[in-house]
Design a protein around this ligand. Structure first.
Ligand code: UTP
Length: 280
């Protein structure tokens, strides 16, 4: 059973300045709900209700969001405004939240390693909240799809999607051996390659299931691209020592870390969820 999920939320969100000067980018709302809440709801729905945040300076609003606001509760208790708190009350009653701090922003791999104290020696999920994932109609959410694959293979799983050639330089990219149903056995991975060096068009997005041996690998992974400790490099090592699977998830992903993706997600959620009464 996987019960824990890490949310690395230490990044500076420079692409959203000045909005993110004092506000964590994970608290930016898509329609009426902060990005991070979408991710936490996905995790809880997938059965991973022990939520671990790896935070950084200036991110206290995230901890406050998942805690009771007594003044607010008191103020709107018994009024028709209580409906607006329904989704966050549900998340707070289902989830167990813990926090640790990444003291220096040395990359995603470094953030995950800082999360070891929260996950311990068990497999765990990782959600990058700025990737908003909407599953295809009638399917379970993307992390839930991955949990199913994990139960079959018991190894680290990365979510991948096909991206156009001119965007491949923004992602970690896999070289994989195709198996069945959108599953690949990872042979190698490269972080943010030039398009001519990319081994495929399959890009890793912000959903992972990791086995805890990743921590020993991360401990000795030297800084890579941009002088940061790259999760991609550690996963490649894990793939070479054992097995890592890539899963072409069934759904749509919005890159809400970029202004374009954020606006697309907002338009989609407003039209397809909010207006249809599905966004609570
Ligand atoms: P990004 O590079 O997309 O996020 O990292 P960023 O640095 O916040 O954004 P920009 O590029 O400055 O606009 C991917 C994810 O990894 C986390 C980020 O919070 C984000 O969810 N991260 C990255 C950390 O938690 N710690 C790090 O040291 C680096």
């Amino acid at each position: 059973m996987i019960r824990k999920c890490l949310f690395p939320v230490g990044g500076y969100g420079t692409r959203f300045l000045p909005a993110t000067k004092a506000l964590p980018k994970e608290m930016l709302p898509i329609v009426n709900k902060p990005l991070v809440q979408y991710g936490v709801e996905e995790s809880i729905e997938a059965g991973l209700n022990q939520i671990g945040f790896v935070t950084g300076r200036g991110k206290r609003a995230i901890a406050d969001h998942f805690d009771i606001s007594y003044e607010l509760e008191h103020q709107i208790s018994g009024s028709n405004k209580e409906q607006y708190l329904e989704s966050i009350r549900h998340v707070m009653s289902e989830g167990i939240f813990s926090f640790t701090r990444q003291k220096e922003m040395k990359g995603l791999g470094h953030a995950i390693l800082a999360g070891e104290t929260l996950t311990g020696n068990e497999p765990f999920g990782v959600v990058l909240a700025d990737d908003l994932c909407i599953p295809d109609e009638g399917l379970e959410n993307v992390l839930g799809q991955m949990v199913k694959i994990y139960k079959q293979f018991r190894c680290s799983i990365v979510a991948v999607m096909e991206v156009p050639e001119d965007e491949i330089h923004k992602y970690g990219v896999i070289d994989g051996e195709a198996m069945k149903d959108g599953l690949y056995r990872v042979k190698s991975m490269v972080e943010k390659p030039k398009k001519e060096d990319a081994p495929s068009n399959l890009a890793v997005i912000g959903r992972y299931i990791l086995t805890p041996d990743i921590f020993d690998i991360l401990r000795v992974t030297p800084p890579g691209k941009n002088d940061e400790i790259q999760l991609t490099d550690a996963l490649m090592q894990q793939a070479q020592d054992g097995v890592v699977m890539a899963y072409r998830f069934k759904g749509t992903r919005f890159d809400c870390g970029s202004v374009e993706g954020f606006v697309e997600a907002t338009n989609y959620c407003f039209e397809e969820l909010f207006k249809k009464g599905k966004l609570v």
